[in-house]
Every structure is written in structure tokens, then in C-alpha cells.
Design a protein around this ligand. Sequence first.
Ligand code: ADP
Length: 548
Amino acid sequence: MLGLMQSQPLLISGLIDFAERHHGDAEIVSRRVEGDIHRYTYKDSAGRARQVANALDALKLAFSDRVATLAWNGYRHFELYYGVSGSGRVLHTINPRLHPDQIAWIANHAEDQVLCFDLSFLPLVQAVHAKCGTIKHYIALCDADKLPVDSGIPNLQSYEAWISPQPAQYTWPSFDENTASSICYTSGTTGNPKAALYSHRSSTLHAYAAALPDVMCISARDAILPVVPMFHVNAWGIPYSAALTGAKLVFPGPALDGKSIYELIEAEKVTYAAGVPTVWQMLLTHMKPAGLKFSTMRRTVIGGSACPPAMITAFRDDYGVEVLHAWGMTEMSPLGTLCTLKNKHDALSDEEKMKIRLKQGRAIYGVDMKIVDAEGGELPWDGKTFGDLLVRGPWVVREYFKNEGGDPLVYSGADGKEGWFPTGDVGTIDPDGYLQITDRSKDVIKSGGEWISSIDVENIAVAHPAVAMAACIGVAHPKWDERPIVAVVRRPGMDVTREELLRFYDGKIAKWQVPDDVVFVEAIPIGATGKMLKTRLREMLRDYALPT
Ligand code: ADP
């Protein structure tokens, strides 16, 4: 017997419709690329999202066609989130920090038809457009009078000129909630970047879950500042959860330095902010010497990399701000676990509470997780035994876009059909269900919240005629969390200096992905299967210190 309730598909257009109707006057404030502050309401934004949908129809874009963005967090980007996905197209948020060649590769792989970009990325678009064969329309996210002349970019028009002739009336189409809504590439693992293709259903369920009290706890009483970029896993879903709850949204635009963020928090009475540890490091570094305090900030969610204990303590003791430590990944939309305490922890001392807060937290309902040994056998939740972390759930990828990399899942269960996504993270789970990430089995380095593929770094090094072997590892860094260094074995009788090798990286990868140092070694330890033993190499370089 089937239930007799209405079956309305979970569509992203429903979120903006709801926001307009139920909290249409809640504000969305953005620092623009131009430097000034723009403010309007959810109601204004909903109308403009419908203009975007009409403008896409006018371009004759088909259902599921991809519309790319190279944009900071701001109101126009927010309108694209809804106008593109709501009208049945797929929003492709490109990470502008990638190397131009990688951006072109991604745009071609996604077969983007339109590219909307902030003017800060004009030189980038000028550098890549000739390589992006599928893109037919370029939209600069600016007023008509700010449109660059003689840019050399074909079919370039300003966003305002593009949408202004379009009516603000539009009937959002209804379709299967499993339809693709947005796409996000992750360059984390080896080989070419792979994309998570989110659906309306996965994004909406994630938006509900993210807002829960024990998750990000977003409500209509919050003014929320997503510092985490909208080009990085949909800013952890905040643009959706904010519309769902009616939280005021404050977008930082391109100004991510400590001073600008602090001023925005104070001016807009932000209660809640989200970002990677590096951003908060810059904020605290700005605030401390000047003796600055927050007047409204109460909570911050920190994820993307392990949150350093000193940061949790500083926020708590010096500023009265509660840190919520979060763990997730692009393949998980991204939220997996959030660290909030349980009722039974009330009586614990501050020190004992801190031990828990440092963990990555408890699984959100909707995410099933387990740790397994090398044979795939499930390991106990004792807080001590560590194993490979597997996840599954309605907002976890089943496969990558275009089946890139084949079937990523590992299978278990009585019938061998339970598909679990291997996260590439290693951790423990305690009896209360708190996950603690202890290591990474994937060969990548995360610097300031962004990926550096150690394989890419090694491949470039060994392309140098004087290099016989190279191994890239991450070294702890006070500001960037981790920085890459490369250990190199020279070819017999050949020479290369540290400076020459570092120069060899010029133009081959993004500047921030170039290793901080080269360490010349006699040999790189090799394991039984012929693979480089990076654990051993890390031990060998235990006393190594990064150049200052
Ligand atoms: P995001 O940075 O949004 O979490 P990514 O896909 O870029 O998404 O990165 C996911 C990876 O980042 C995880 O698999 C893990 O290795 C690392 N990571 C994310 N959050 C944490 C955290 N809180 N602690 C430790 N590592 C983390």
C-alpha cells in the first residue's frame, strides 16, 4: 500500500519561491568586486533569478545545458544559483584558483555553453576563452557601463544588460527531482579532475539537513557570512539553507583579508560565519593586536581542514564565539559530520569538552559512515582503532560525471550490493559516534583549503632532465595548514639546484601549488609493491623545517 501524501518534487526553485513568500524582506548584502556594498532582499533576488531564467531561455539553452561561473560570493552569483538550476539547467561553479589549463579542461569536459564571470577574472577568461570550444556566450557580472571594451572575448555582454530586458515573471518548470542541478569538480585525487553532479533532490535534502540545530544550526535569527566560496561545493550549501530558513545573507565578494572580513561582520551584525581555518587565522591575526572584539558574532563553522586547537580556544576564550568543527567533501555536497556536544557532555570540564570539539563530529542523518580495515572488514567504534572511512547517503556521489575514473564505490553487505564511497580519509569513531580524522590515504596536500596533487608536483620534477625520482609530501604550516615540499634524487653525474628546480615549475601549475622547498635525498624509500613509502619519507624528514 502506498502512502497518500502529495508528491511534490524537491526542486531548488522551491527554495527561492519559499524565501520570497515567507521572508521576502530578509536582506542579502554583498561586497561587490567594485568595492561598494550592495543590499537588497530575497524578494528582489527571486525576481532577478527569474529574469536570469528568461535570459537563458532567450539564449535557447536546452534543459540540462551547463552554465559556468567564475565568481566570488555575491548577489549575482546567488541569482545564477537559482535562475540556472531552477530553469532546469546545470550550474557549473569553476574554481578560479586553478591553473588556466585546468580551467579550460574542466570547461570543455563539462561542455559549458555560457560563462558568467566577475571582472576580477577578466584576464583569466582572456587567457582561456580560445581553448573553451563549447562556450558560446560570455557574461561579465557587471553593469552595462562597466563592460570592458576591446576585451577580445567573443559575444561578451554585461549581466545587467543581459537580464534587464527580461520579465521578472517566470513559471519554474517542474521535473524529476533527480535531475542534475549543479556540478563541481574536485582536483583532489590523481589524474584529471572529477566532478560531482548534484541533483535537485540531493541539494534540497542537504539544505534541510545543514540547517538542523546539531548541524549548522541556521535560522531566521541569523545573519550568516559564508566566507567559504560559492565555487567550492556551493559554499557548503549555505545559499540553499539560508533561503530555506530566512537567514540574512552577507557575501564578502573578493575581499577575504582579515580587516575586510572583520569590518563586514561588524557592519552587518553577522552572527554566524563559515570558512576554512586559513581565513579565520587571517581574521584573528588582524583582531588580536588591535584588541578588537565582536559585537554580534556567536558561532562559526570551520571545516575543509582540521581545525587547530588554538583556534577553537581563541574563538571561545577571547571572543565568546563557539566553533563548530565540520568534516565533508565535494563528493558529499559536502557535509558529513559536525561536532556539537550531547546533553550528557554538559557536566564535563572545559578541557574534556575541548577534546571532543577537536574531533570532526557526529554523522548527520542522511550520512551513513563506517571505518574498515584493508580487507573491507568493519572496525569497532572504540575511538582508538583507525581505518578507511566509507560513507553513503542521498547526497553522496554514486559515480563521477561521465563516469570518469569508473565506479568509485566499494561494495559490501550480505549480498555484496551495498555501495559505499571511499573518502580517502582515515579515522577513528568513538562509542558516541564522533569521527576523528587521523590521516589521509589519498595522495594529496591541502593548503589553505585548496588541493595540491602530489602526483602533479612529482611529475613536473621528474620531467627535469637531472631528476631521477621525486616524492611530494605536505609539511605543517602555521598559516596554510599544509605546504608541499618535494624530495628529489638527482640523476648520477647530473646537477640541479633548488632554485633551478623551483623555477622549472613556472607556468606549469598554479603559483600557490609550487612546492615551498626542494630537499635533495640519496634515495626515496620504496615499499614491497614498488610504491614510494611516504610514511617512511615523512619519518626521514621529521626534523625538517620549512624555509622562513
Ligand atoms: P571541503 O573542503 O569542502 O570539505 P573537498 O572535497 O575540497 O571539500 O575536501 C575534502 C577533504 O578535505 C576531506 O576528504 C578531508 O581530507 C579534508 N577535510 C575536510 N574537512 C576536514 C576536517 N574538518 N578535518 C580534516 N580534514 C578535513
